[in-house]
Design a binder for this molecule. Structure first.
Ligand code: ZN
Ligand code: ZN
Length: 267
């Protein structure tokens, strides 16, 4: 049983793959189930691009795909919700109960964008990493309308720094990460294992394996796996390898979702 729980289609401004292409590629790769998780970033801080979904059109298109591939592929209504501390009410209002699965992700933090580098202006590397983690920590303590936290250490991908240290290497960062993990465990939220991370250091998904190990040791069990594909070639990227590594840590299950309810699967 294989599933990819982080996939973008042309409903995301940074992808031009149609949902049909996406579904066909998922079937070709032998997946049984996918969640389509396009971007919805309210108050995204880069005016040159907009990551907002017309929800009705989006859900209609997913429905069409569910019908078309009924016997071949289970398709879940997912979304990657860009979280910021000042738009949590709006996020809640937008989502209602309309989705099977919600990834909560941070792309813009404290009204500064990570991707275009604004967020790092005037801060050292660790200062900016810690600023990012503190925001994540604050949001997970007060917001609950999501299932898994997306690419937790994505901050490592951005900023114009020569080295990309793992976040647990810094004491303060490590202690914030531990508190984030404890909070999500206590609230029955999970983590996603995002295999687009291998593009960064070749060895780790997002978050890196040491964070996943810490999550396991703290009692974390809810894990989804997703490739964060924007192109068909990346779907289910490095899943075999990643699942093997997760088993070595001790994980015995991966999770899928139906109407926001977790369904465990033995791995
Ligand atoms: Zn993302
Ligand atoms: Zn994504």
């Amino acid at each position: 049983m294989f599933f990819d729980y982080h996939l973008h289609s042309h409903f995301s401004a940074d992808s031009d793959m149609t949902m049909d292409e996406l579904c066909q590629a998922a079937i070709r790769k032998g997946l049984n189930e996918i969640a389509i998780t396009d971007h919805h970033d309210i108050d995204y801080q880069d005016d040159t691009i907009e990551f907002l979904i017309d929800k009705d059109k989006y859900l209609q298109e997913i429905k069409k795909m569910q019908k078309k591939y009924e016997n071949k592929l289970t398709i879940k209504k997912g979304i990657e919700m860009g979280l910021q501390s000042h738009i949590l009410k709006e996020s809640q209002l937008y989502l209602k109960d309309d989705f099977d699965f919600v990834i909560g992700s941070f792309h813009t933090v404290e009204k500064s964008d990570l991707y275009n580098g604004d967020f790092f202006e005037g801060y050292s590397q660790w200062e900016s990493y810690i600023k990012y983690l503190k925001t994540v920590s604050k949001v997970v303590r007060k917001y609950d309308n999501y299932n898994v936290l997306g690419h937790l250490d994505i901050i490592r991908r951005y900023g114009d720094f020569e080295n990309k240290p793992k976040l647990l290497e810094n004491k303060e960062a490590a202690s914030i990460i531990e508190s984030i993990l404890k909070t999500i465990i206590q609230k029955d939220k999970g983590l996603e294992v995002n295999t687009s991370g291998y593009r960064l250091d070749g060895e780790n998904p997002l978050p890196s394996f040491d964070i996943l190990k810490l999550y396991y040791e703290l009692g974390g069990q809810i894990l989804t796996i997703g490739s964060d594909s924007h192109k068909t070639k990346d779907i289910a990227q490095k899943f075999d390898y990643t699942i093997q590594k997760l088993k070595e840590i001790g994980f015995e299950e991966l999770t899928t979702f139906n109407k926001m309810k977790a369904i465990p699967h033995k791995i």
